[in-house]
Design a protein around this ligand. Structure first.
Ligand code: 3JN
Length: 350
């Protein structure tokens, strides 16, 4: 089998680390690996397949002879470096929002819209983590009964905001447990041991925060609008009405979503369960009598998207409620990115 010179940009971040792990696990055909990061992280030593690899600083010269590059380093850096990488003839799979809504860039979930990659011009975008687990479940239901409207509320883990947000949850939890009676401080204590800075806008330990990313003028956050716009693009259907509320919860790994859909044709809960249990990458865990349903603690470290609490919405004729959980660092980010790379190889598009 042909092997490819591969680079990971943002190798030291939460998603970058997961990418390295998954490249190893899946035995991605790598001839040589290059681990790239900001100047701050250059020089760090990481392990790949038992060998030590020194992290190099990302520069415009980083992509010489690299055939595929996985980016997970934030939208601004991606906007600058992805075109440089493409000029150097590497194919980029980008995990930021930089290119997702660009009409020339395919936005891909391999089990949902694999053919979209065929039109790539050097950059393929990986959707937002909350969008991926939503669409993996919506698509087969849409194909069966045409979804008219979606109302989704997310319960997103701190790892979605990166390693520093995980540290914030840890540090605040330690601080809270050390003080009894409990102090419900509004601002909490300084959290990041290195910078002393708060990463999330409020204390997240023993709290929930109804804000993910910045607010835009309409009262929605960027995360909420990413879910709306990306879902329509991937499903290739602008007629679907979607509204989202995105909430941060004190969970390390695994995003959860409460999803309500209205369909054109009636779908019974039984039919939906049957369709979803045959959907690749989806696992149905739905046994209320035994209190069995997906929970983030079980989904962390797994590749699948888990769905349960499937029930008819009794307030409208054609409605369903679902509860969906997935590991946001894996299917929501690193795994889907690598699956896109595998799809490119399979379709001879590298
Ligand atoms: O917080 C989460 O759970 C998901 C956050 C995603 C995110 C955070 C900062 C910047 C993104 C993203 O993937 O959409 C971006 C971005 O790339 O704009």
């Amino acid at each position: 089998m042909r092997e490819y010179k591969t680079a990971v940009v943002g190798a030291t971040g939460a998603v970058g680390q997961e990418m390295i792990k998954i490249l190893e696990e899946r035995d991605f055909p790598i001839k040589e690996i290059k681990l790239l990061a900001s100047k701050r992280s250059a020089g760090k030593r990481l392990k790949f397949k038992g060998r030590e690899v020194i992290v190099e600083e990302l520069t415009p010269d980083s992509f010489k002879d690299v055939e595929i590059t996985l980016f997970s380093i934030g939208a601004e850096i991606s906007k600058k470096f992805a075109p440089i990488a493409v000029k150097a003839k590497t194919v980029v799979v980008d995990n930021s929002s930089a290119w997702r809504m660009d009409p020339k860039v395919p936005l891909v979930i391999p089990e949902v819209n694999p053919r979209a990659v065929e039109k790539h011009k050097g950059i393929i975008a990986n959707p937002n983590c909350s969008t991926i687990q939503l669409v993996v479940v919506l698509k087969p239901l849409h194909d069966a009964a045409k979804i008219k409207r979606v109302v989704v509320s997310t319960y997103q883990s701190v790892s979605g905001w990166g390693r520093e947000a995980m540290e914030q949850l840890h540090q605040e939890t330690v601080n809270q447990l050390a003080s009894w009676p409990v102090s419900q401080s509004k601002t909490g204590k300084p959290v990041n041991r290195k910078t002393g800075k708060r990463v999330l806008p409020y204390q997240i330990a023993f709290n929930v925060i109804p804000q993910i990313d910045d607010f835009i003028g309409s009262g929605y956050t960027k995360e909420e609008m990413k879910m709306v716009n990306e879902t329509r693009k991937i499903m290739e259907d602008d007629s679907i009405q979607i509204t989202a509320t995105c909430v941060r919860v004190p969970v390390y790994i695994g995003h959860s979503e409460a999803i309500n859909i209205e369909t054109e044709r009636k779908l019974t809960a039984e039919e939906a369960r049957e369709i979803l249990s045959k959907t690749p990458g989806v696992v149905v865990i739905d046994d209320p009598k035994e209190s069995k349903y997906p929970i983030p603690i079980d989904a962390a470290g797994k590749d699948e998207t888990f769905v349960g609490r499937i029930r008819e919405d009794e307030s409208i004729p054609n409605g369903l409620n679902l509860w969906v959980v997935s590991d946001n660092l894996r299917k929501g980010a690193a795994l889907n990115t690598i699956e896109i790379a595998e799809l490119l190889i399979e379709k001879n598009l590298l």
